[in-house]
Ligand binder design. Structure first.
Ligand SMILES: *Cc1c(COP(=O)(O)O)cnc(C)c1O
Length: 427
């Protein structure tokens, strides 16, 4: 321990910050043990799926061109289908990001005249343009797909009467976002998603229930497809890529709906049959294999941060003791200098670009300056330790990820160190 402490010191963490962190960490033993148990369960789930599908060295061979008969690609999709307990899955490097995966699932399964319905309020920012809530070229609205939304109630619960009323003969697909994303509503547990789906299916059995699972994979032992979701969609540069996937997204669910998405991703008539894997399959398999452990480390980091900053009097969402359903942690740091200091700490702790000083900047799509901290191996990867904060009230910073618990811990200690040096916190 003494050796580690002196290394921390050498890397810029003062004794006060280190001992405060140690005190908080000591109180989290039980919660961390519970996370480890989930990691163990999910590791076995992934391993079982790989063994059942007889993953072999030939799966890692690169294909090019059309990518016909890509054994590794096809087998990986079966592995994903087994992990998510679904009939089928589409897992491709041609899916550019999470937004693209969601757009493919939506546009593949909606037709002109259909209505898309969100019973959990406004979806993630980038989805607004996919749907056409904000007018956008190529949106679903341009193709004659209408959209309806029912907000969560003040206390975060579902507005069942309004949901019942919103369902109509045009409703074709219901989209449910698991993570709060960068909003203040609570993240939905898989159990609550199941209750919502049951309510909807009781009233309209033929509706497709899709869950935006971004940031949620492997946080619990079950996934939305275990509680009735017909489609579950996410990004491989978040949880299920385990930090190793350099690109990609997945869509898991009922065969019919996954097929329709595949016809949209490539082309009608071609579907899943084409799409070369170009040598990324090893990282997809290995990333999925590591994902439960990586998500466990990120969760420990989020809980550690919540408890550190809660103890210092800052509002944190989720709070230090609530159960977790995604890996995002929000901390309201009061003055803008707090947000800036926090992000500087996360950056200074990174394995890549640690010498860079992040500054608030105007960003497309944001109505205020934003500061972002990330020193990632994969550009924009948010399963790696990263933080961002819009420079506007309430001056909250959102952070997530960490490929290892030890790195997440160091990042949080470094953020505290910067806040301490700036005189924003007293220890
Ligand atoms: C990240 C995210 C997305 C979009 O994913 P990108 O990879 O950034 O396009 C969609 N929904 C939620 C809830 C997310 O967290």
């Amino acid at each position: 321990m003494k050796e580690t402490a002196s290394l921390y010191k050498e890397m810029g963490i003062s004794e006060k910050v280190l001992s405060f962190g140690a005190q908080v960490e000591a109180e989290l033993k039980e919660r961390f043990d519970a996370i480890e148990e989930n990691v163990e369960y999910n590791q076995m789930k992934v391993l079982r799926a790989m063994q059942k599908n007889r993953v072999e060295a030939a799966c890692f061979a690169a294909t090019s061109g059309y990518g016909y008969n890509d054994l590794g690609r096809d087998k990986l999709e079966e592995v994903y289908a087994d992990v998510f307990h679904t009939e089928a899955a589409l897992v491709r490097p041609q899916i550019a990001c999470g937004t693209h995966a969601l757009a493919v699932a939506l546009s593949g399964n909606l037709r002109p005249g259909d209505e898309l319905f969100s019973p959990v309020g406004k979806p993630y920012d980038t989805l607004e343009e996919v749907i056409g809530i904000r007018p956008s070229t190529g949106s679903l609205a341009e193709y004659g797909v209408t959209y309806r939304q029912v907000d969560l109630l003040e206390d975060g619960s579902f507005d069942y009467p309004a949901i019942e009323k919103a369902l109509n003969e045009k409703t074709r697909l219901v989209t449910i976002q698991r993570s709060k994303g960068y909003q203040t509503r609570p993240t939905l547990s898989v159990k609550r998603i199941g209750e919502l789906i049951a309510f909807i299916k009781e009233r309209k059995p033929d509706v497709i229930c899709m869950v935006d699972n971004c940031y949620g994979e492997f946080v619990e032992r079950i996934e939305p497809t275990d509680v009735g979701a017909d489609l579950c969609v996410g990004s491989l540069i978040k949880n299920p890529g385990g930090g190793l996937a350099p690109i990609g997204g997945y869509i898991a669910g009922k065969e019919e709906y996954v097929e329709r998405a595949a016809y949209r991703l490539t082309s009608p008539g071609l579907g899943k049959e084409v799409g070369a894997s170009l040598g990324v399959m090893t990282s997809f398999y290995q990333g999925l294999f590591l994902a439960p452990t990586v998500v466990g480390g990120a969760l420990k980091g989020a809980i550690f941060a919540a408890n550190i900053y809660e103890k210092l009097g800052f509002p944190v969402v989720p709070n230090g003791s609530e159960s977790r359903h995604d890996i995002i942690q929000a901390v309201t740091l009061g003055p803008p200098e707090g947000v800036i200091a926090f992000c500087k700490g996360i950056q200074a702790a990174a394995p890549v670009d640690s010498y860079v000083t992040p500054e608030p900047w105007a960003m497309p799509g944001y109505d205020s300056d934003v500061i972002m901290a990330a020193g990632a191996f994969v550009q924009g990867s948010s399963i790696e330790l990263s933080a961002d904060g819009p420079i506007k009230p309430p001056y909250a910073v959102y952070f997530q990820g960490g490929l290892t618990w030890q790195h997440a811990k160091f990042g949080i200690l470094m953020s505290l160190q910067k806040l301490y040096e700036a005189g924003i916190v007293k220890l």
